[in-house]
Ligand binder design. Sequence first.
Ligand code: RB5
Length: 201
Amino acid sequence: MPLFQRYINLIQIKSLEVNMQTNIKNPDRMEDTDFLTLEELKSKAVFVPKRIGVAADHGGFELKEYLKKLLHETGYEVIDFGNILMKQDDDYPDYVIPLAIAIARGEVDCGVAICGSGVGACVAMNKVKDVRACLVNDTFSARQGVEDDNLNAVCLGGRVIGHSLAWELVKTFLNAQFSGEERHRRRLAKVTELENDKNPL
Ligand code: RB5
């Protein structure tokens, strides 16, 4: 039986602990999960993004609006970093960098950044420490990018992919989980060194 695949934070785990204690007094209501300790529950907790930041320039504006609506309808909290109006000569860094900073600060759980190709957004976002953004055009990369590389943002090309594929990619990205396997942590640590004092430049 899949256990606690959708636990987000300790508040939920705490309330579960209270339920467990209540159920111990009412054995008829006990389930398999009631036999887990709080530590075991925490170890099974997985990160589920809830607050999704979005940002786009003119090349991605229409796709951003489309995805925003679907994200909202699906139950996510959507925070829009702009541009909030379609403006033909706006610049993607003005929107995707504030989104990247919000991801790095933990103000949003993850992000979707869109420009015409998705390339500029990706380059800009990865300049911000602790942001791992990637341009994705296929579901394999959208999923494995999270599982292996712990992506916290995807970039999309508003002039490259159709709306339906973009939504598939976003859903795949949001539903994927970082595996946390040692070899992936080791590789990511080597990348993260560049953000710290081991930068060779
Ligand atoms: C803007 O015309 C375009 O260069 C931008 O949206 C993006 O594609 C950059 O990578």
